[in-house]
Design a protein around this ligand. Structure first.
Ligand SMILES: NC(=O)c1ccc[n+]([C@@H]2O[C@H](COP(=O)([O-])OP(=O)(O)OC[C@H]3O[C@@H](n4cnc5c(N)ncnc54)[C@H](O)[C@@H]3O)[C@@H](O)[C@H]2O)c1
Length: 439
């Protein structure tokens, strides 16, 4: 992670390849969105890299550039997309199936989307019970599959003439896996790949292939994937940035906005009940208890870390936290998430907050994919390697250094992100102390 203040950043020369694992609702909404924005048909709403600004120096200096003018990010026009999926549908067909974007818009983008055909996936139904597809690689063992990915990436990079590539996992949530001794170091991990060990999930094979190919990797699902010592070691050895896990959208986004506010006013919490109805393929996969378990773990940890019951036992000890996701096909990607929050105030008097968030999952996730692709590429050109904690802003279950608890408060996450950018450009960090204005 660390980089010296104001370090040289290599320019964003040439094309940036964005390789997506999974060409489903999130990936196609991301790709189609980039194409629509490039054509001037839409604005990049929700994207910090495209719309966000960053204050520099004192409040009186009036220096507030756009982030994309402050740090050298790749331009949307320089992005090239590639993907793997277990279904052979092109990005156009997959976007039509996902049903997130309007047919009229997709029809206009059809020429660009139709060209994106998924490469054969590394897939095993043991890890995603509800899916079964035909566009799948075969190989003698997991290492052989990784080697196929590595040569495919090399060939793709050559064909598309990209100068740099990043990889993002936007494929289905795999079953819950616990850290295993074979994840402990690279030698054990590689041996386990050759022996087809059960503890090596397909997502880990992609992450391994990316890192071996000199490509930064982000994990948008809650699977362990790159959050294991063996792959952190590989990323550090190769000087590559990595981050995860699980894009922070919808209900968890709301939690990490609201909970820090309640805590800042020392309001107590008896319980937080969250339920969702969701009808897309992601919802179908999460209907399997083993995949849901992975998601549940990722969603549950957020409140504990933000509210710190061990520090504030009178306010937060033993609050109930329940999360449910129900697969309900009529809703498609337009999820509805309800929260019932039982809080208490002065003298312990109870109050309730109800949230009914009629959200669009992939509309919230797509700008995250864009920002992560651009920031990971920036991190690599800045010489930042290993776990990128400053990108916690984008994740439900941020990956951190071993033994360090993750920061979930979205406002702290944003400050961390912007301070990292200031630091990388040799600007003073902003502490919000502000005493100098009153000297
Ligand atoms: N949409 C959100 O708001 C959001 C938020 C956080 C996390 N996520 C996660 O992002 C992922 C993608 O979400 P989505 O809504 O696009 O789901 P989706 O089901 O529409 O797309 C996932 C795609 O991945 C493919 N796939 C599964 N295993 C694969 C493998 N091993 N290799 C290649 N392709 C594979 C599937 O065939 C499918 O097309 C899910 O894991 C989801 O939990 C989504």
């Amino acid at each position: 992670m660390p980089v010296s203040k104001g370090a040289e950043i290599a320019p964003a020369k040439g094309k940036l390849g964005v390789l997506l694992v999974g060409l489903g609702a999130v990936s196609t909404t991301f790709i189609a969105g980039c194409e629509a924005i490039k054509q001037g048909a839409a604005e990049p709403v929700g994207s910090l890299t495209q719309m966000g600004t960053i204050r520099l120096g004192k409040r009186t200096e009036n220096r507030v550039p756009l982030i994309r003018d402050f740090v050298p990010l790749a331009k949307l026009d320089d992005l090239i997309f590639g993907a793997w999926d277990i279904f052979p549908d092109s990005a156009y067909e997959a976007a039509m199936n996902a049903g997130v974007l309007e047919k009229d818009l997709l029809a206009r983008l059809k020429p660009a989307l139709q060209k994106i055909k998924p490469m054969k996936a590394v897939f095993d139904q043991h890890y995603v019970k509800r899916l079964n597809g035909t566009n799948v690689k075969t190989g003698a063992n997991k290492m052989a599959l990784a080697e196929q990915l590595i040569s495919e990436i090399e060939e793709w990079k050559r064909k598309t003439r990209c100068s740099r590539v990043v990889m993002i996992w936007a494929a289905s949530t795999e079953i819950f896996l616990k850290p295993h001794p074979v994840h402990k170091n690279l030698a054990a991990f590689e041996k386990a790949m050759r022996e087809n060990h059960k503890a090596i999930a397909p997502s880990m094979i992609y992450a391994y292939a990316a890192l071996k190919s000199g490509i930064p990797f982000a994990n948008g699902a809650p699977n362990l994937t790159v959050d294991i010592p063996a792959l952190v070691q590989l990323a550090n050895d190769r000087g590559l940035p990595i981050c995860g896990k699980d894009f922070k959208t919808g209900q968890t986004l709301m939690k990490t906005i609201l909970a820090p506010g309640l805590k800042s006013r020392m309001l107590g919490l008896h319980g937080w009940y969250s339920t969702n109805i969701l009808g897309n393929r992601d919802g179908e996969v999460l209907d399997d208890p083993e995949s849901f378990k992975t998601k549940e773990e990722s969603k549950l940890s957020v409140l504990e870390y933000i509210l710190q019951p061990e520090v504030y036992p009178d306010l937060y000890k033993d609050f109930s936290h329940v999360v449910r996701i129900n697969y309900y096909p009529p809703r498609g990607d337009n999820k509805e998430g309800w929260d019932n929050i039982d809080i208490f105030g002065w003298l312990g008097y109870p109050m309730q907050i109800k949230i009914d968030f009629l959200c669009r999952d992939s509309i919230l996730a797509a700008p995250i994919v864009l920002d992560l692709a651009l920031f990971l590429d920036l991190a690599q050109r800045t010489g930042m390697k290993g776990v990128q904690e400053w990108l916690s802003f984008y994740f439900k279950s941020p990956q951190t250094a071993p033994g360090l608890y993750p920061e979930h408060d979205i406002f702290i996450q944003l400050m961390k992100l912007k301070n990292t950018l200031r630091h990388s450009r040799g600007e003073d960090l902003i502490t919000h102390l502000g005493l100098e204005y009153y000297d």
